[in-house]
Structures are given as C-alpha cells and as structure tokens.
Ligand binder design. Structure first.
Ligand code: PRP
Length: 209
C-alpha cells in the first residue's frame, strides 16, 4: 500500500517558495501555513465517510450527505497549532486534542510534555497536524499515543518531510497515511530538514530559542 501522498500543485509550490524564504516575516509565514494546510486537508479528507440526510431547499426536498464520524485534529505543540484553524474552518464539528513534544537538541528525540485525551472516548479518525516531519520521532510518538487511545484511523498532515522521517513511520506505522506538500533532500548533521524552512514553531510564533 502506498502510504505517502505528496500533493503536487502549482499553488502549493508557489506558497512553499515563500514559506522557505528566510526573509518571510512571521505574519506571512502563519498565513502560508494556513493556505498550505487547506490544500493538504482537501486531499487528506477525500475518503471521510458521509451519510445521507434529507434537506429542504427553497424549491424541493433532496438528499444530501454529511460527515458521519468523529474527527479529531491532533496538533503537535507547538508548530502544529498553526494548522488547526484552517482545518476547523473546513470541519467545524472536529474535536481538537493536543499533544506536546519538543525535540531534545542534543539527541533529536522527542520529549513528551503534554497530552490530555478522553480515556474512554477515542475519536474515529485522527488527523495529526505538524508542519515538519524530520526524524519522525515526534510523529511516531503521537501515533503510538493515538493507537493506545484506540483510534482506528490515523493520518499525518505535514508541510515538509524528510525521507528519513517517512521511512521511520513507514516501518513503525505502515497502516497510517501521510500527506505532505514536499519531500526534501535529507536531514543534516543536526537532524534539521534541508533545504527545509528552519524551525517552523519559531517562525509561526515569532520566537527564537
Ligand atoms: C519540530 C517540529 C516537529 C518536530 C519534528 O518541533 O514541529 O514537531 O520538531 O522533528 P522529528 O520528526 O525529528 O521529531 P520542535 O521540537 O522544534 O518544537 P516546537 O514545535 O515547539 O518548535
């Protein structure tokens, strides 16, 4: 099964060019993340289940279709927060469940610092939101948490991915689909994606650490 979907589209390419540019200011960077998330989400939600419902138009009664399953948006703090609002606009009934990981600078492994999931009520479909898939450590930790929560269908939406992160998830979670705007060349010695776009969390929130 192909579990990686790289969305090729001129709008994505054009927004990515501005996103990667180191001179792009934080306010524009946030907007670009939102625009790219909409384009990514359109593809990543193509197979959501719908059920028929009867609607009375101004002219007559007709059968329409509405979403059926409980959908959870799962942003990985911090950078994933930048992808929440555009998805909530598209899926107003979605639930948002936060997971917090930061990457230890020395080891590049994820450090868990926040999760609060409703123990007895896993969502039906979880969309993990994180603009960057580098080593895959953070996304894999999130996927393990969602599996333990009991989520049956998990997808990852990332703006930019490194081949190393894709391989990591493919070997550990081959059943989970990954949607990306770009697959970059590699990770550098510090495990940063190159050419990449720098630190998405810092650029979204206008911080430096
Ligand atoms: C970045 C990014 C991912 C993670 C990717 O977050 O947003 O969560 O690193 O790296 P990985 O695939 O090797 O795990 P970071 O740790 O910089 O935290 P932040 O979002 O708070 O800036």
């Amino acid at each position: 099964m192909t579990h990686l979907y790289k969305i090729a589209h001129p709008l994505i390419q054009s927004h990515l060019a501005r996103l990667r540019d180191k001179t792009t200011p934080s306010a524009e960077f946030r907007l670009l993340i939102q625009r790219l998330t909409v384009l990514l989400a359109y593809e990543a939600t193509h197979d959501l289940e719908v059920v028929p419902t009867e609607v009375e138009t101004p002219l007559q009664r007709t059968t329409c279709h509405v979403l059926q399953k409980r959908i959870g948006l799962v942003p990985i703090l911090r950078a994933g927060l930048g992808m929440v609002d555009p998805l909530l606009d598209l899926i107003p009934t979605a639930e948002v469940w936060h997971l917090g990981y930061y990457r230890d600078e020395a080891t590049a492994t994820p450090v868990h610092y926040y999760s609060k999931l409703d123990a007895n009520r896993p969502v039906d479909v979880a969309l993990i939101l994180d603009p960057m898939l580098a080593t895959g450590g953070s996304a894999a930790a999130a996927m393990a948490t969602l599996r333990d929560w009991g989520v049956r269908q998990v997808k990852l939406l990332s703006i930019i991915a490194a081949p190393e992160g894709i391989d990591h998830l493919a070997s550990e979670f081959p059943e989970n689909l990954i949607y990306v705007c770009a697959v970059d060349e590699k990770l550098n010695d510090q495990k940063f994606i190159v050419p990449g776009l720098g630190d998405a969390g810092d650029r979204i929130f206008n911080t430096t650490d």
